[in-house]
Write a protein that binds this ligand. Structure first.
Ligand code: ADP
Ligand code: MG
Length: 142
């Protein structure tokens, strides 16, 4: 599935729709350049799960857990990870293979430990279409 958005609110709404439909154990991999809208998508996704807490990129931790919604949400941002062993230290397996939903920004950096079955969300810009244009691709893998 491919969706095109022209402003942040549309990316938020698209994330919200996917959050509303998310099932326990689903892992969403978010990739795309810095500032492309992964966190905006995540904020909508969290709202779709019924989470009302503010969601920001976890800057000083790799993962932030939100329990206020229909399902627990584990929001990972692995941009600053040095080595995948840091994922072991935070007990990622309980998140990836639990009953909550995982959203992983920059999942490409931890490819070797990702579950076989994931939903890949790739966001890209196309400056010819304008500064706020984004193309969002959603693909089931595995
Ligand atoms: P990332 O998490 O991918 O680094 P963020 O979600 O933090 O990126 O930031 C995306 C930035 O791009 C925000 O400042 C947002 O307002 C802006 N933006 C402009 N157009 C869009 C769009 N169509 N979708 C999402 N974000 C957009
Ligand atoms: Mg981000």
């Amino acid at each position: 599935m491919t969706v095109e958005t022209w402003k942040p609110e549309e990316t938020y709404e698209f994330g919200k729709k996917l959050g509303e439909g998310a099932a326990p154990g689903q892992v969403f991999c978010l990739n795309g350049d810095l500032g492309v809208g992964k966190t905006v998508f995540t904020q909508g996704f969290a709202a779709g799960l019924g989470i009302s807490e503010p969601v920001n990129s976890p800057t000083f931790t790799i993962v932030q857990q939100y329990d206020g919604g229909r399902l627990p949400l584990y929001h990972f941002d692995v941009y600053r990870i040095g080595d995948v062993s840091e994922m072991d230290e935070i007990g990622y397996e309980d998140c990836f293979f639990g009953q909550g939903v995982c959203l992983i920004e920059w999942s490409g950096l931890i490819e070797e430990i990702l579950p076989e079955r994931v939903t890949e969300v790739t966001i890209e810009k196309d400056l010819e279409k304008g500064f706020d244009f984004r193309r969002i691709r959603v693909e089931e893998r595995g």
